[in-house]
Design a binder for this molecule. Structure first.
Ligand SMILES: Cc1cc2nc3c(=O)[nH]c(=O)nc-3n(C[C@H](O)[C@H](O)[C@H](O)COP(=O)(O)OP(=O)(O)OC[C@H]3O[C@@H](n4cnc5c(N)ncnc54)[C@H](O)[C@@H]3O)c2cc1C
Length: 466
């Protein structure tokens, strides 16, 4: 019997299996196909996701296949900037660039290969799960994608957010620099809304909204696709690797847990790709669920902690969906007033919302529920990112020594040299900051209230009903 069975080894299932493998949890992964899905889908990920890969011990491998993104702008039909969300090229706040571009099949491969490190993880390729009862595992996580048979089998419906558009997704590879804009563009052209993504290592993507009366089949011929690409590249530019119509829609599963079974990734939620957060949201699900499963299976925390998974993740996903729909409506000319160009706020690394409910201190620090800054430090003569000192579980960054239980490590500020000036910003005048295993700020404290802060985290995990 395994402690956890994962159904589906797309990016979400594979990342979850890596995190459980690191925790030494007996995990069986069942994947219907033999090879990762070969065509590019996701091509954008953000700093929090790179930080999660860092925690999974895969940052070096992932760094080889991503390139920093230069950001995203909304432009009119002539290419003139209407507005942009924020300054993407500022110094890293979470330890990584704000955004990256990549090709999903390469990432899927790295995540799968990462599993070879763990004797406790068994990957079963060509293993399609049709009967949940046949799975001998304490917990099951269904990461089986958008058309999840597991979700349907459990009679879990999808709530539909009413966004429904067909777009043609076109991917090209270029051997030479095609001299195209270096920044992601949302082209607000009323005659043909377009998303353009300069991706990594010669990969470029265009998404063209299909107009009323246009059929998908007319784009099966690449000649028609080339007509759409004509304002951007010559007819013989690049090699088309895929041109396919996708239905962009937004749905969320009504429940994310049924007894021992959890839904994660596309099986729990889907969103249009305008802000590139579909896979990222699934990766966050996996990071959230992984430390909670570890707490239950390895630290004896009551199973009720697992109820906080949906409490925390659903509202975050719903906000991402709202932002994706807003971006889709802007590019399609469906909003009367454009948002203001974002200002660069020192404490905010992204427009994404904080987590609002769940395993957090009730203190008043406005960083609670946000990703913690990740300073670059030197300790014992080695330069590294702070999480690497904090370890895989909770950590308390503290100006005074404080002994926590085995579930939480204390990192003493006095033992560190601040290499990028952000250690003080992370502490923000307080004596200590308590950081969760998924690197969200739990809370902070002055010297005389550190034990109160640490005790409240312990109480929430070992005693709370969510
Ligand atoms: C055009 C497009 C652009 C996108 N752009 C972005 C982007 O820029 N950024 C971003 O973050 N996201 C983006 N996404 C979304 C992203 O691709 C998905 O959110 C992500 O792939 C979902 O990962 P997953 O692991 O949940 O599901 P999947 O990748 O679909 O994996 C599910 C796996 O489960 C397996 N499986 C299914 N049923 C069973 C079964 N019964 N038994 C065993 N195995 C099973 C399947 O074979 C598959 O390997 C985009 C999507 C599209 C279509």
């Amino acid at each position: 019997m395994s402690e956890v069975a994962i159904i589906g080894c797309g990016p979400v299932g594979a990342l979850l299996a890596n995190l459980l493998g690191l925790a030494g949890i007996e995990t069986s992964v069942h994947e219907a196909s033999r090879d990762p899905y070969p065509l590019p889908r996701a091509c954008h990920l953000d700093a929090e996701i790179m930080r999660i890969f860092q925690g999974a011990g895969l940052a070096n491998q992932v760094e080889q296949l991503v390139e920093p993104s230069r950001g995203m702008e909304f432009v009119d039909a002539d290419g003139s900037r209407l507005f942009t969300y924020e300054d993407f090229e500022r110094s890293p706040i979470l330890g990584w660039c704000e955004d990256y571009v990549f090709q999903q099949p390469q990432l899927d491969r790295v995540l799968r290969e990462g599993l070879d490190r763990f004797p406790s993880v068994e990957l079963n390729l060509g293993s399609e799960i049709t009967d949940l009862d046949a799975l001998d595992a304490q917990f099951v996580v269904a990461c089986d994608g958008a058309s999840s048979a597991i979700r349907r089998g459990l009679n879990i419906g999808l709530s539909d957010w009413g966004f429904d558009q067909y777009w043609l997704v076109v991917d090209l590879m270029f051997d030479e620099d095609p001299c195209l804009p270096p920044i992601i563009q949302q082209v607000c052209d009323p005659n043909r809304p377009v998303t353009y993504v300069p991706s990594a290592y010669g990969h470029y993507r265009w998404e063209f909204r299909l107009l009323e009366g246009e059929s998908h089949s007319e784009f099966e011929e690449h000649q028609r696709v080339r007509e759409l690409l004509r304002p951007w590249i010559p007819d013989d530019g690049g090699e088309i690797v895929r041109a396919a119509a996708y239905r962009f829609h937004a749905v969320v599963a009504e429940r994310w847990r049924e007894g021992r079974v959890f839904l994660a990734g596309d099986s729990a939620h889907q969103m249009p790709p305008f802000i590139g957060q579909g896979m990222c949201s699934g990766i966050r699900d996996a990071a959230n669920l992984a430390w909670k499963l570890k707490s239950v299976l390895k630290h004896g925390v009551p199973e009720t902690l697992l109820d906080s998974y949906e409490v925390e993740r659903r509202s975050h996903v719903e906000r991402c969906i709202a932002m994706s729909i807003e971006a889709g409506q802007i590019v399609s000319g469906q909003v009367a007033k454009l948002p203001e160009t974002d200002v660069n706020e020192v404490e905010r690394w992204s427009r994404l919302p904080p987590l609002t409910k769940g395993v957090f201190s009730s203190g008043s620090d406005n960083r609670i529920g946000h990703q913690a800054r990740q300073p670059k430090v030197r300790a014992n003569g080695t330069s590294l990112l702070l999480d690497d000192l904090g370890g895989a579980d909770w950590y308390l960054l503290s100006r005074v020594s404080y002994k926590t239980g085995g579930w939480c490590r204390t990192v003493l500020v006095d033992d560190l040299v601040d290499l990028d000036g952000s250690l003080d910003l992370l502490l923000a005048g307080r004596a200590a900051v308590l950081i969760r295993p998924d690197r969200y700020v739990f809370g902070s404290a002055d010297e005389d209230s550190i034990s109160e802060l640490v005790d409240s985290a312990y109480q929430l995990m070992w005693g709370e009903t969510f």
